[in-house]
Design a protein around this ligand. Sequence first.
Ligand code: ADP
Length: 665
Amino acid sequence: MFDKILIANRGEIACRVIRSARKMGVKTVAVYSDADKNAMHVKMADEAWHLGPAPAKESYLKAELIIDIAKKSGAKAVHPGYGFLSENTAFAKACEENHIVFIGPPASAIDAMGSKSAAKDIMKKADVPLVPGYHGDHQEADYLKTQAYGIGYPVLIKATAGGGGKGMRIVESHDDFDEALSSCKREALSSFGSDEVLIEKYLTKPRHVEIQVFADSQSNAVHLFERDCSVQRRHQKVIEEAPAPGMTEELRNSMGQVAINAAKAIGYQGAGTVEFLLDEDGSFYFMEMNTRLQVEHPVTEMITGQDLVEWQLRVANGEPLPCSQDELLINGHAFEARVYAEDPDNDFLPSTGRLNHLATPSTHRHVRIDTGIEQNDEVSVHYDPMIAKLIVWDKDRASALARLRGALSEYQVVGLKTNLDFLFQLASHDGFNNADLDTNFIARFQDELFVEKPAINDQVISVAALYTMLKQQDYGNHHTADLADPYSPWDKVDGWRLNEDNFHRVTFVDNNSKLEYLTTVHFRDSAFLVEQENGEHLISGELSENQLRVNLEGERFTATVIEKDHLLSLFIKGHEFQLELKQEGLSADDTDANANLTAPMPGTIISVAVDAGDKVEAGQPILVMEAMKMEHTIKAPADGIVTELFYQTGDLVDEGAELVLFEAE
Ligand code: ADP
């Protein structure tokens, strides 16, 4: 086995490869861009070498530099992962020329599958079924249009160099053909540098079913069954599963055999995926072959108990395949959900930013997380916005799906938009439960999948109020503990006032609806009575870090609250809610003209709204201070005059410090 390999990739796939290499006693060399200098893959590898600036062109796509690093570091082989240089013939060749093993197929096999139309030619000769269509050299618009007519509408125009769901146009009728063709060619030219296209029959309700194949240098080839990747958005996979629901043994064997034939037709070695469209009547058609490890390979690993990266390393090292076809068996069912930093409500637009908070479900035999991102990492514009792959396994589809829902509801991300709620919605949908799958699944159930978030209700507000009070008490207790008499009621910040009902006003704002929720929280022994517009609720609990144990009128549950810049992200019963906190400091009575204008806690003055000598009305803001990352507006307790100001913007003040001299009228 190789002593040391270089991983020419980043993120979860680099980490995934490192894990298997380590298990096999193989040392690893990571490479990284400026943006990734503290990334997980860099920390995990035995050594890490710098490539260049963040853009992939200047880092992860620098083939020569990567080969140079492989030589200098003494790596005997390069694992390209997926994306970047994984299907780059020139890179595979360059590795060969430099006597570095490329952990992938021979350059000739990558080349053969690089063009969708050339691949179809080869497959046709190997008797692999193709979708009816035209994939020849003639590229004149009129010629293509005649072909489309012959195939019968709807047709799909595809860029032959396309990939990643780009460069495709569905054409419904003859009249629409010209425009679709020119727009497809434009996109193909700008995205792939070639405007060559092919035309094929557009299947209206197909499933995307792909076969994992593996071949070694001794002409052995096996398949590791199928994956169903029908749930797609913009022709990109969202949730994948293995085995494919409803698959018969007969169909599995015949698709598996065809996939092996396809691999053999191009002298394949290593891991590959043959993608098929499976039509409603059970006919299946070759779509393309991906000559690398697929993103969704974990579901195959979960049902076969094999480590596909280990297989890749062994095959690249010239060893025979670890198993024969007869030794491979399907056990149970697995799903993979791709957790993305993106906004499903805005056409799945990628979202960028820092993961201020990340909590993941615990991993074990049933739940696996493949990721390259930790809390406080940033998802940048430079790379794929995938946060993680959440993989679950169980004995059958229904149990695995229940695991998926459970794990998704425990997944928490704060700091950027994610598709977590959308994934949960998918995993909970009846159509998905019943495996009523096809590649239009998401579009077909649009209305049910893109539901509004659950509305803010009394429960959410009560929990937010409880959190705010406990946080403050915790803070207050820490501070009073330092004082001379920790039991003196005068030093307490729990709202205690002589002869007054102790209460605290807190306002929460839902920034989506712009609705304001005004609460008055009364202190009641070891609980709080939260008064809201619609009624009042008795709530108590304990706060430890950001975990809140709640008892809301007898109902007990846990919640997580993450606070950042006055914004509370509350995770309650699997749903996330956001509320902005507006707090007005402790007060015994708003109309108490003699109340001291003092700092409710130590903090910073962030603005002063009046000048000394100004006449103010009751409730008019005098200054704003910030404490515990919360803003407190100090308001005039009555009509009167601010005769003196003791602090200016930027000043630090102690708890209890007199802020202004105020004379009530
Ligand atoms: P890419 O290389 O960009 O991933 P593919 O050729 O693999 O493109 O197709 C991506 C997806 O587009 C498929 O998974 C399927 O959903 C859809 N698709 C491709 N060809 C057809 C077709 N002939 N009929 C219907 N849908 C298709």
